[in-house]
Design a protein around this ligand. Structure first.
Ligand code: PLP
Length: 366
């Protein structure tokens, strides 16, 4: 990618290689023919490796939110109880989605910049042992924090006969999430984050238990019916018309993931986030998240007091071609967020740090 191009350092969508972009120009084919079955079959094999599962995976032509809605509407029925840690915008939306489906939510809350503790989760489970599902956002993109006890929380859910659902939209690929080993029933990710494909696809792992449940107790959704999607996926098809250009792009992006190797990719995300954290700290800036829960895919940074958020981000963009994200809710105007995802490398990190440093100096001088 030429340095003259904009550097998209958002917490998704993120930079996409030319090779992946070009893949989208392949011809439109019959989605009920062998060509598509080969394409989707290959995507499924690679997606299983990505989720480290031998159970089912599906790709939905929707953004990540569609995947989260599928995970909710397939499992929750009116009156069902769900435990949901809430510690930012996306976990809060997840709790609301469960309520939209008629579920009752036990919110386990933490202040922004933190996650609820494992002890809080254990207390919630003790108090509400008959919960139907745990819905956990792994990486809270709005605040740049990551839950450190995904495996333990999922184990707790399984011990209580509950489903364990993980929103790993902004983390899978930057973190290793071994779905089968950790007992995750549904894990959701988005194409536009650590996989470095264009936005518009949701990738889900779906346990055999969930397929069985959704088949027996039909969900009130046709498009997002996971048992139907899984049945079609097993024969290399989607129940409805897939977004073909995005499937081509995803296939190529997954090829890039496994050419690098998942372990190497995860390690690279770790190294690059360390460089970003130490770089911003050496400028005297403070990460918004508590050290022990800092995300390696979203680096949220508190502004020095008095910094104009919009002007700062506009200057980064216009004068340096570096695009970063703003804050959400109570963090709005107070933090900026750097995506450390996908193709992230030393050059991207340095260009971003240089742009932040020069811009802050310029602001301090005026
Ligand atoms: N959940 C998390 C943790 C996210 O980071 C996002 C998007 O950033 C979403 C859900 C929603 O995904 P999408 O915008 O792809 O619908």
């Amino acid at each position: 990618m030429s340095d003259l191009q904009k550097l998209i350092m958002l917490p998704g969508p993120t930079n996409v290689s030319e090779r992946v972009m070009k893949a989208m120009t392949q011809p439109i084919i019959n989605h009920r023919g062998d060509g598509f079955r080969n394409l989707y079959g290959g995507i499924i094999d690679k997606t299983k490796r990505l989720f480290q599962t031998e159970q089912n995976v599906v790709v939905l032509s929707s953004s990540g939110t569609g995947g989260v809605e599928a995970a909710v509407w397939n499992l929750m029925r009116p009156g069902d109880l769900a435990i949901v840690p809430v510690f930012g915008e996306f976990s809060s939306r997840l709790a609301e989605t469960v309520e939209l489906a008629g579920g009752t939510v036990v919110r386990v809350e933490a202040e922004l910049g933190m996650t609820p503790s494992l002890e809080q989760m254990e207390a919630a489970v003790r108090e509400h042992p008959k919960f139907k599902a745990l819905y956990l956002v792994h990486n809270e993109t709005s605040t740049g924090v990551a839950v450190q006890y995904v495996q333990e929380a999922c184990r707790m859910a399984k011990e209580h006969g509950a489903f364990a659902v993980v929103d790993a939209i902004s983390s899978l690929g930057g973190y290793s999430i071994p779905v089968d080993k950790w007992g995750i029933d549904v894990c959701v990710t988005g194409s536009q984050k650590c996989i470095a494909a264009p936005p518009g696809l949701a990738l889900l792992s779906v346990s055999n238990d969930v397929v069985k449940y959704a088949k027996e107790f039909q969900p009130k959704t046709r498009y997002f019916d996971l048992s139907r999607n899984a049945e079609y996926a097993a024969k290399g098809e989607t129940p409805f018309t897939p977004s073909l250009p995005l499937f081509y792009a995803l296939n190529e992006a997954l090829n890039e993931v496994f050419e690098e190797g998942l372990e190497n990719r995860v390690a690279r995300h770790g190294r690059m986030s360390e460089s970003l954290y130490s770089g911003v700290q050496s400028m005297g800036l403070k990460p918004a998240a508590a050290k022990e829960v800092r995300s390696r895919t979203v680096v949220a940074v508190s502004y020095p007091s008095g910094t104009d958020d919009l002007l700062f981000r506009r200057t980064l963009d216009k004068e340096h071609g570096v695009v970063v994200g703003g804050g959400f809710g109570p963090f709005s105007g107070k933090v900026f967020r750097i995506g450390c995802m996908g193709l992230i490398n030393e050059r991207f990190v340095q260009r971003t740090l240089d742009a932040v440093s020069v811009t802050l100096e310029k602001f301090a001088a005026t």
